[in-house]
Design a protein around this ligand. Structure first.
Ligand code: ZN
Length: 212
């Protein structure tokens, strides 16, 4: 039974409004009389789906590497972050791929739902998290040269989004030495870090396990 026979009274050529023309084109595609257009559109859709898929895979790889997640965990984080901001998964993945810094929606998702990071071994995860926030702070320091500046706490808790205040110069100075991080008092990890300096409102800690 052909489509046209089933459609009965809805003979497509009876209507010339743009909506009907659209429907008619679809009808023709379905009964095969205008296949080339249909297949061209289908090929474009598939091409789009494929490149979208590739972008998502790239974003998973980047986040996985950065945060010490396996691919499943990275995907869960990406999906959760996109949903939380009502973004399309592809758009967020694109933002991850296009930017050196981790996009805000992902950081906010981590703050809300740190359990996605549970897959990574603890010490590695803490190190990854600290390096991650350290990289963000260095970016802030580059953009924001003068006076007291708000930086993110560089502690190993991925859910920590608290900030601390120091000058960009002071931050860059202590970052010049490998293994030094700036954290809020109480955010140090005693078995992995040593407090080497106490300032008003922040601590400087050294990771014990780094380069050893
Ligand atoms: Zn912290």
């Amino acid at each position: 039974m052909s489509y046209r026979a089933r459609a009965g009274g809805l003979e497509p050529s009876a209507c010339t409004s743009s909506a009907c023309v659209g429907k008619r084109r679809k009808a023709h595609n379905l009964d095969g009389s205008n296949g080339e257009q249909y297949w061209r559109e289908r090929a474009e859709q598939l091409q789009h789906a494929l490149s979208s898929r590739i972008t998502v895979e790239q974003a998973k790889g980047i986040l996985g590497e950065r945060l010490g997640l396996d691919m499943e965990g990275a995907f869960a984080l990406l999906r959760y972050a996109a949903r939380g901001e009502r973004m399309k998964l592809h758009d967020l993945a694109q933002a991850v791929v296009d930017n050196d810094e981790t996009p805000e929606p992902v950081i906010r998702a981590l703050a809300r739902h740190s359990s996605v990071l549970k897959g990574a071994p603890r010490a590695d995860r803490i190190a990854q998290t600290e390096l991650f926030f350290r990289a963000i702070n260095e970016e802030i320091a580059r953009n924001d040269g003068h006076g007291m500046t708000l930086f993110l706490c560089e502690c190993g808790n991925p859910a920590c989004t608290e900030d601390l205040e120091l000058t960009a110069v002071a931050l860059q100075h202590l970052h010049a030495e490998n293994g030094l991080f700036v954290v809020l008092p109480g955010h140090e990890v005693p078995d992995l870090e040593t407090v080497v300096d106490r300032h008003n409102g922040y601590l400087v800690v050294r990771r014990n396990t780094l380069d050893e």
